[in-house]
Ligand binder design. Structure first.
Ligand SMILES: *Cc1c(COP(=O)(O)O)cnc(C)c1O
Length: 366
């Protein structure tokens, strides 16, 4: 086995700090015992600080996509009109999920690289007063663009005060300042393998009083993801079914480390690291992709250097420099490369990555 450390720079799953790997190796405990309840309770308390919410916050053994289903199934009925705002691949996935649950989906789609415009979203809602919910991506991982929710939400609530906001912050929450209560967001979800320095396996979701009210009359089918059932068990700091106990150990350790850095300090760290990443890439003549005034704080997308093939470029980065990058997604597959700076990452990692990218380009352009 090679001892070369791998520079895993894809936007999830992301690398684990040694302390988290160690926590992961703990012996399994009973999920109905006191020790488990303490573990569960501590995660809810700490994660709520990063969500900046006093809403219910649940832990599901699921990947993030499961929460797309849960958010819809718990708050809406088949045939309900929803507005899906998509700026990329994960927005498109949310549309597919809504359709699978028989929603009447109105879509507002933007080309990859753009952010949604508050006035346009609000106008569509004004024109369609029967829209019950807006489903939207906070941080579009496929294009490296963040939607300006602090503009979109007030604009939409201005025309439809009690509309539901179901928000995919799978790759933002934890690293990016998205104040759930202040912005009045109804269902917000994330998963552990993105911004949380934790392995895959768990999803976190917050549920507002407005969403609970909607849940009372929501007729969509649900069992495993039924929020009301989860709430009964949450009262005992448990889950209805078997949780991914090992991932819980890891997540608690990661949260303790994040908390030690500080909540505001964590958001500031990723904000600055994102700016640094873009600055370094531009300094070395890589062309950033998309509207930089809405740049993601956790992932950067770049055009492939002219004349180079995606497979060759990322292949050489992997083979020679042990640097694993992501490609573009959907229509941008093979045209972009993406560098993640979420979860466990340092400035040094970015320097190592940019250095490798410069060398790979040089070698391939020879
Ligand atoms: C990764 C990701 C998802 C999917 O999450 P899984 O945990 O892979 O199901 C959804 N939305 C966004 C924005 C993501 O980055």
């Amino acid at each position: 086995m090679s001892s070369t450390p791998i520079n895993l720079r894809i936007p999830g799953p992301t690398p684990l700090p040694p302390e988290v790997r160690e926590a992961l190796s703990q012996q399994i405990i009973s999920h109905r015992g006191v020790e488990y309840s303490q573990l569960h309770g501590e995660i809810v308390t700490l994660a709520s600080e990063f969500f900046q919410t006093t809403n219910d916050l649940f832990i599901y053994t699921s990947s993030g996509t499961g929460m797309m289903e849960a958010s819809i199934a718990n708050t809406l009925c088949p045939g309900d009109k929803v507005l899906a705002v998509s700026i990329g691949n994960f927005g498109n996935r949310f549309i597919k999920v809504a359709k699978a649950f028989h929603m009447d989906v109105e879509t507002l789609e933007y080309p990859q690289g753009q952010a949604a415009k508050a006035a346009e979203v609000a106008q569509l809602v004004a024109q369609n007063p029967t829209i019950k919910a807006v489903i939207i991506t906070h941080n579009e991982t496929s294009s490296g663009i963040e939607n300006p929710l602090s503009e979109i939400v007030p604009a939409v609530r201005g025309v439809s005060p009690s509309i539901l906001f179901l928000v995919d912050s799978v790759s933002g929450m934890g690293n990016v300042d998205l104040p759930v209560d202040e912005l009045d967001l109804d269902v917000v979800f994330t998963s552990t393998q993105k911004a949380w320095m934790s392995p895959p396996g768990l999803a976190l979701v917050s549920i507002s009083p407005r969403a609970w009210e909607a849940a009372k009359s929501a007729k969509s089918p649900r069992y495993y993801f039924d929020f009301a059932n989860m709430k009964k068990f949450q009262a005992k700091n448990q889950t209805p079914e078997t949780p991914a106990v090992s991932t819980m150990f890891a997540l608690r350790q990661a949260l303790r480390m994040m908390k030690k850095r500080g909540v505001k300090e964590t958001f500031a760290f990723y904000n600055e690291l994102s700016a640094y990443t873009r600055q370094q890439l531009e300094k070395h003549n890589f062309k950033l992709f998309g509207d930089q005034s809405h740049a993601s704080k956790t992932v950067t997308a770049c055009w492939l250097p002219e004349g180079l093939e995606d497979k060759e470029f990322r292949g050489l980065a992997k083979k020679k420099y042990h640097t694993i990058l992501a490609s573009g997604m959907g229509e941008m597959e093979g045209k972009l490369f993406r560098v993640a700076h979420m979860g466990w990452v340092t400035k040094q990692d970015i320097d190592t990555t940019v250095d490798a990218l410069v060398k790979v380009r040089e070698e391939l352009q020879k």
